[in-house]
Structure formats: C-alpha cells, structure tokens
Write a protein that binds this ligand. Structure first.
Ligand code: S3P
Length: 436
C-alpha cells in the first residue's frame, strides 16, 4: 500500500454524473485462481487491480503461473489442475481473507508444501473455519503458531470428498472446501445456513466443472461438486463491484439534488442485498440495461436523492450485504426512524471488528448507534458533524465515512485513506468526478 494519507471531505450537494466502478473483487480473485489451474489462457477484462487481487496474482506467479497485463486484458496462462509448482518462499496474502482461504483449498490438493501469511489484520482473522473442514478431507493444513490463524502451513495430502455443514454462511469457507473438492477422490458437498455469494460455483461451471446447487426451504443451500480432471480457461468480463458501487449509491441517495448513473454493476442475487435494503428504505434506484454474462447478472444503476426510512436487516439478507453494512449504518443515521441490524456477528471477523469500528466513528460524528453482539441499532435523523475518522486501515470504513463526510457539517478527515487501494483504488478520484 502507498504512503499514509489523510483525505479531507466537506459537505456536497448536486452529485451528478455517469461513473464506473472497478471490477468485482470476489470475481477478480476467482478468475486468477481458476485461470491458474485451468488448461489454456484465461483472458480477463475489467479485472480489479486493487491490492487484494494483486496479492492473489503474486501468489500464483510464485507458483510458476505466467500472468501478464496486455492492454485492457489480464492474461492467465493456466497450467492445468496439476501444473502449479512449489513456491520458493512464503506466499504473501497481504490483507486478503479471500486469497488466504480460497488458495488454502487449492494448496491442500497439491504435491508440495506451502506457507501462507499476510499482514497483522489478516494474521489475526479466524482460519479454524477452513482448517477444520479441510483436515476432515485429508488435508495436512495447520496454523503455524497453533492459534487458529495464519501463517498456515500446508503439506501434501490425499483428499477425499466430505459432506460439510458449515456453521456460517461464508463464501470463503464454502469456496475453500469446493476448491479442495476438485482434487478429492469422491463427491464433496457443502451445506450452508443461508446461500452465500455463489461466484465460485458459477465460474467453476463455466470452466467445465461439474456441480449443482439445491436451495432449501428457509434459505439454506447445499452445493454438490464432482472431483475434476481438468478445467478449461476462458474469457471473463468482470462486472463492476456492487460493494464499491454501494458508496456512490449511498452518496447519491443522501446528498441533496443528486442523480448518478453507475454503469455495468454486478447484481448477482447473492450480492445485491444492498439494493433490496435501499429500496426497503425508500431509495430511488432504477436498474437499466440488464444482462447476464458467465452466469453473472449486471445492470446500470440510476440513483436519485431520496428520503430514507429506517428498516430491519437480518437472516438470509445478511450474507448478501455483509460488506455493505458500514455504509448502511451511515445511511441509517440519516433515515427517519430506527434501523436494526442483527444476525451479523460475522462483522466482528472482517478486516476490523466492523461493529466496533462503525460504532466508534459514527458516534464520533454525532450519530446515535448502539452496538450489539450480532449487529447494531441506529436511530436516524441525526446531524453528523465532521471530525477525524480513524479508518483502522479498513478500506470499507474509510469509504463509508468519506460518504458520511459529504453530508456532515464541517471537515471530515479520513486517516490512512490509502487503504481504499485494497478494493477501490479510484475511490477518491471518482468521488471528485461527481462533486466538482
Ligand atoms: C468474500 C466473501 C465474504 C466477504 C469478502 C469476500 C469472497 O466473506 O466479506 O469481502 O470473495 O468470497 P465471508 O465469506 O467470510 O463472509
């Protein structure tokens, strides 16, 4: 990440313009991973060149995969299911939970030893959630410091299929098990309490993998995956990241006299809970030019200033908007009435404990928020005032409170704002496009 920066944000109205957001982070990661273990070249457009996805690229380069940038394309010259080679040193996964957890699934099926380690935040996040199921598949994976966290060491193992019931609706856990399942000697199934983002499943199918999904009444889902001999590289056009679009949607809804068009955003139903919540809150958002590519739905989003009302967010909606809760909290502070967010204890194990970091910063701006063990309660209708915001080096906290700064009185200072490079390096530039 670049040098420490503090950004100053002031109140703005009349946000206008047509913008694009960078490619979806989850899909970008997966396009490199599947591209690397597929035969042939995978040609990716609109790849997110944020720090997290660059960590994924670097890990696969260290395992002998040639990944090049050619004009608008990222080309991954895959070497097939058994084509990775032993890395000469530790694989650095940076700040990226997705890189660490998904790669662990792939590495569990390799014939060489590898060690994964990231930054301080990453190395304090829970990895038992993947260690336990991967071990029960026969993987030789362990936490080097025996604390359930990275660094992780993975030795060669012989994998067999399992029927895994995940206690959490986590796409990272699900994907780690499914990617290991590619290398198993029998079918693997993963059942989750609610269907989490399904990019791995969709992309695996388009690379020639064999799997199916059964949706259960009440929201749960099971995915059944066959072991795989080979996957085949293909073209991928990554849709804009709805998690990045969410900040600009919120800005357009909240700032007076605004109208923003956000082009080509991924609206996969397992990711678009934020749009549902915006509509439930009275947000004026129109979907235009809908299409589907590689199983992923996308659309242009037209957003206009709206009077918002409080809402309740829980249950199966949570995995479909887990990364958007910090910005929803900012929106809720401006809504009429109370917003209740529950069933979201997963917030505590993100890049920061986002229940704490959201509450800390919203309170500092004068918001009325009560943190809870599995969410938060926000009273709306508060006047926010600018202050110093500690981003805690969490990209989503920095961007959420930059948007809060657009509607607050006075100056809002976002400390360590360079952390937006993790998922949306163009964030401040795009914000400026809308506000000048
Ligand atoms: C991601 C899944 C989510 C999300 C993260 C990206 C992915 O995490 O919060 O930003 O790409 O699979 P969990 O699966 O741990 O909920």
């Amino acid at each position: 990440m670049s040098v420490k920066e503090t950004r100053i944000i002031t109140k703005k109205t009349h946000l206008r313009g047509s913008i694009s957001v960078p490619g979806d982070k989850s899909i970008s990661h997966r396009s490199i991973m599947l591209g690397a273990i597929a035969l042939g070249t995978t040609e990716i457009t609109n790849f997110l060149e944020g720090a997290d996805c660059l960590s994924t690229i670097n890990c696969f380069r260290k395992m002998g995969i040639d990944i090049e940038k050619k004009g608008p394309y990222i080309l991954v010259h895959g070497k097939g299911m058994r084509g990775l080679s032993a890395p000469s040193d530790t694989l650095d996964t940076g700040n990226s939970g997705t890189t660490t957890r998904l790669i662990s699934g792939i590495l569990s099926g390799q014939h060489f030893t590898s060690v994964l380690s990231g930054d301080a935040s990453l190395n304090s996040r829970p990895m038992e959630r993947i260690i336990t199921p991967l071990r029960s598949m026969g993987a030789q994976i362990s936490s080097v410091n025996a604390d359930g966290c990275a660094p992780l060491k993975i030795d060669p193992g012989k994998l067999h299929g399992i029927d895994f019931h995940s206690p959490v609706a986590s796409a990272q856990v699900k994907s780690a098990v499914l990617l290991a399942g590619l290398y198993a000697d029998s079918e693997t199934s993963v059942t989750e309490p609610y269907l989490s983002r399904n990019h791995t499943e969709l992309m695996l199918q388009s690379f020639g993998g064999s799997l199916c999904t059964a949706l259960h009444p009440g929201g749960g889902a099971s995915i059944y995956l066959e072991p795989c001999k080979e996957l085949y590289g293909r073209q991928i056009c990554v849709p804009g990241d709805i998690s990045s679009a969410a900040y600009f949607i919120a800005a357009g809804l909240l700032a007076e006299n605004s109208e923003i068009l956000i082009k080509d955003v991924g609206i996969n139903i397992t990711r678009s809970g934020f749009l549902t919540v915006c509509r439930n809150m009275g947000g004026d958002i129109t979907l235009l030019n809908k299409s589907i590519q590689g199983g992923e739905s996308r659309a242009d989003l037209l957003v206009r200033t709206s009077n918002l009302t409080g809402t309740t967010i829980d249950g199966e909606l949570i995995p479909a908007l887990i990364d958007e809760i910090p910005i929803i909290a900012v929106m809720a502070s401006q809504a009429t009435g109370t917003t209740i967010i529950r069933d979201a204890a997963e917030l505590k194990v993100k890049e920061t404990n986002r229940i704490d970091t959201v509450a800390h910063n919203l309170q500092a701006m004068g918001g009325n928020i009560t943190p809870a063990d599995d969410g938060m309660i926000i009273e709306g209708g508060t006047l926010l005032r600018g202050t110093r915001i500690n981003s805690f080096l969490d990209h989503r906290i920095a961007m959420s409170f930059a948007v809060a700064g657009l509607i607050a009185d006075g100056e809002t200072l976002i400390e360590n704002s360079q952390c937006v490079d993790i998922s949306c390096p163009e964030f401040f530039h795009t914000l400026q496009e809308l506000t000048h």
